[in-house]
Design a protein around this ligand. Sequence first.
Ligand code: HEM
Ligand code: HEM
Length: 125
Amino acid sequence: MQGVARNFFTLAVIYALFGMALGLHMAISQDHGQMPTHAHIMVAGWLMSSVFAFFYHLFPAVGQKKLAVVHFWLSAISGIGLMIGLFVLLSGNPAIEPVLGIASMAFYAGMLLFAVIALPAVWKA
Ligand code: HEM
Ligand code: HEM
């Protein structure tokens, strides 16, 4: 694995470590207040980044495109912003909502970009 695929895989493992630690913290403290944060770190973070990693691993030529690098950074920055924003919001800080809104829309834009990158590649193959 290399390039964008390896970057996404590394990001995925980092999400898993943080998300599972948060899950353990919730279980031990019996305070499930951060459940949406944990759920999004695990599925939108760990699982989605892993899917992106294996996609670029299967289609190495696509992973070498500049657009794939843009996809990685857009997903990474907006995704981390989304997860931290959710954590801050659910810790009782509603003032973070505008940041969370921007991060969510940027994360969605990352998925749109992935559609533009990935669908032509799979239909051509
Ligand atoms: C160390 C391992 C883990 C621990 C201790 C843990 C703990 C928890 C806890 C305490 C909840 C809240 C349950 C509730 O209040 O109903 C939860 C929910 C959730 N967890 Fe985990 N979790 C772990 C791993 C994972 C993994 C690996 C994934 C996915 C890849 C995951 C995905 C989710 C999801 C999606 C929810 C929300 C479920 C719902 O909407 O009802 N968790 N987890
Ligand atoms: C644009 C980014 C996203 C936004 C703004 C968003 C927003 C939300 C909201 C508002 C909820 C309800 C939370 C609640 O009732 O407490 C939710 C739940 C959930 N979302 Fe997302 N979501 C996003 C992306 C995703 C993605 C990409 C995935 C999976 C790959 C995902 C998986 C889930 C799951 C498993 C739940 C149920 C867990 C829970 O209730 O906390 N979300 N999401």
